[in-house]
Design a protein around this ligand. Structure first.
Ligand code: MN
Length: 352
């Protein structure tokens, strides 16, 4: 390594670091990417090659609400889309320069009280809803638009990811306190919101695996999990065997979220885009109390924003889910507000 290059690498910003990684540390390419011509950035501490807010590439965003709570037993997460919209989501996205259409909600059947005792955990209803999510998401993605899905519990991801992985391989980032990697054979609760990631790689309930098209939607090599701290015993074994990349809370503690975020972006160097599914229970419950299954020791407010900003810098975020916001359990809509703030960071909002 040439003298001084170590200092240089410390000072470059994430897109440049990314460029360095795929360009074999080719300094000319990295310097060229700086808009200000500050050379090696010895004095500017450089965020200069990041577009200023407003210069961020405008996206055509379609918001799709999925007010669905069949995937778990607590009620209230079906009100998530409303709580997220009440924060001023559409106007705040437009203020960033995006063109936004709210496509409304996917039609959800009423959850009949008599069905509370259902032993099938509503797998029929969830399959039907995920198929409708897939149909709507596919139409939006075909038009080249950015689908932003508002849940609902996390089982909606069976439909959302299927819709955006329709025509080419996509990376999948699963930000969550849990693994969501159970099958009916390994799940202690049987609740479907603990199974969508498994279904997306082709394991579990056949009906869920075959939403959209039959079989696997995302290869395990193209999945990165972030923020886990509560995994079931059999689920741990399944994750270890799967080949999925996982950054648990311990990894975040040891390496820092910026390293984890950069590694995630580099993992998808061979792909054109990735889908982010953000379960708000990944956040520490102090920041995000309005979730059905809170687990202490989560991602902090600043860590979450930094993760979103680095993913945004990559230019590859093509679609996104916000899930598990439960207004009944929330405090003055704090969790929905944070979810929307994080969405803005993922879609180009920056401090400078
Ligand atoms: Mn989840």
């Amino acid at each position: 390594m040439p003298a001084g290059l170590g200092i240089f690498i410390e000072q470059v910003s994430y897109p440049m670091l990314y460029e360095l990684s795929i360009d074999s540390l080719h300094i000319d390419a990295a310097v060229r990417s700086c808009r200000t011509g500050h050379g090696l950035h010895k004095t500017c501490g450089c965020r200069a090659n990041k577009p200023l807010q407003g210069e961020y590439m405008s996206k055509e965003i379609s918001i799709i609400g999925v007010p669905m709570d069949f995937g778990q037993m607590l009620r209230g997460v079906d009100m998530g889309p409303a709580a997220l919209r009440y924060t001023g989501l559409v106007s705040r996205l437009r203020d960033l320069g995006h063109k936004v259409i709210d496509e409304g909600d996917v039609l959800i059947p009423i959850r009949d009280a008599d069905r509370e005792v259902a032993h099938d955990k509503f797998v029929g209803e969830i399959t039907q809803i995920c198929q409708a999510v897939y149909d709507t998401g596919s139409r939006v993605a075909e038009r080249g638009r950015f689908p932003l899905f508002l849940g609902g519990d996390h089982s909606i991801a069976v439909g959302t990811v299927a819709s955006v992985a329709e025509n080419e391989p996509v990376g999948l980032i699963w930000v969550d306190a849990h693994g969501d990697f159970n099958t009916p054979d390994t799940s202690p609760s049987g609740n479907i919101h603990g199974m969508p990631l498994a279904a997306l790689i082709g394991e579990g309930h056949d009906a869920l695996v075959n939403v959209g098209k039959p079989g696997m939607k995302v290869h395990p090599d193209n999945v990165v999990m972030i923020g886990q701290r509560d995994l079931d015993p059999a689920e741990k074994r399944r994750i270890k065997r799967s080949g999925i990349t996982i950054f648990t809370m311990r990894d975040i503690d040891e390496q820092g979220i910026s390293t984890i975020a950069s590694k995630t972006v580099m993992k998808f160097a061979h792909l054109k885009r990735f889908h982010l599914t953000l379960d708000m229970d990944a956040l520490d419950p102090v920041e995000a109390p309005g979730v059905g299954t809170p687990v202490p020791g989560g991602i902090s407010y600043r860590e979450a924003h930094l993760l979103m900003e680095i993913l945004s810098d990559s230019g590859k975020l093509g679609s996104m889910d916000l899930v598990e916001v439960n207004p009944i359990l929330d405090v003055a809509n704090k969790t929905a507000e944070l979810a929307v703030e994080l969405t803005l960071s993922a879609l180009g909002k920056s401090i400078l």
